[in-house]
Design a protein around this ligand. Structure first.
Ligand code: MG
Length: 251
């Protein structure tokens, strides 16, 4: 969506804070020995406390309140009986709806102490997201955002999973435009960013060959070569002086 009124911005900021608070609560509880179902229940409790609803359930009838993806799972891992172990990488991906507004964010964390390689991958993901946010300015194109992201990722020695993208968001969980994490030659990437436009920036990168496939559960997307992955995401609004990040402050 594109924000036209202070009320719309306020609605987005409210749901953005719920998303940020949910990620913080799940991150805090993500220690060795915990199951992903237990983390999902924590997210559900935060949603309930605020009167928010899970975006994936509302929109796709997804089998969990949030997505929890481990190691080579890039996105859409389903919460369940799996027990977290030290050394794993966990992506916490949270989309919520509150009063008709949607926000979406994700982060990847290490369970226990990360190895130096894992640390490098996680840092590359955070840098890629920051580069994308920095490039999201009025007058720039979506291609500029993708170019900034991929250049950062390649510089760090990793690769973007190019078919996985960010998206417009606001009144629905997924809206146009498609936000590529690379300088896509497609016409739609020529779209110029205007003030008020709201979308996600979400580089998904792997430590190996960035090809992937859907698992038998119909949801989980994992790297074909088993390489680990990272996914950092914020919902942002374009404005002069730099994009406003809607999902980085807790209620
Ligand atoms: Mg998203």
């Amino acid at each position: 969506m594109s924000v036209d009124t202070p009320e719309e911005l306020e609605g987005l900021q409210r749901v953005g804070r719920v998303v940020a608070e949910t990620i913080a609560a799940v991150r805090e509880a993500a220690v060795p020995g915990v199951t992903t179902a237990e983390l999902d229940a924590i997210a559900e409790a935060v949603f309930e406390r605020h009167g928010a609803r899970s975006g994936p359930i509302l929109t796709y009838d997804y089998p969990g309140s949030i997505c929890l993806s481990i190691d080579d799972e890039i996105v859409h891992g389903i919460p369940g009986s799996r027990v977290l172990r030290a050394g794993q990488l966990l992506t916490i991906d949270v989309a919520a709806e509150l009063d008709g507004f949607h926000a979406d964010a994700a982060t990847t964390i290490a369970i226990g102490e990360p190895s130096p390689e894992a640390d490098r991958l996680l840092a590359a993901g955070r840098r890629a997201l920051a580069a994308g946010i920095e490039a999201a300015r009025p007058g720039a194109t979506l291609r500029d955002v993708g170019a900034a992201i991929e250049a950062t990722v390649e510089w760090d020695g990793f690769h973007v999973a190019r078919e996985l993208t960010g998206h417009g968001i606001g009144r629905k969980m997924h809206e146009p435009p498609t936000v590529f994490n690379w300088p896509a030659p497609f016409e739609e990437a020529s779209e110029r960013l205007t003030e008020g436009l709201v979308f996600t920036i979400e580089p998904m990168i792997t430590a190996g060959d960035p090809q992937f496939a859907a698992a038998a559960d119909g949801w989980t997307i994992r790297s074909l070569d088993g390489a680990r992955s990272t996914h950092e995401e914020h919902t942002v609004m374009v404005r002069r002086g730099g994009a406003l990040v809607l999902t980085d402050s807790v209620a």
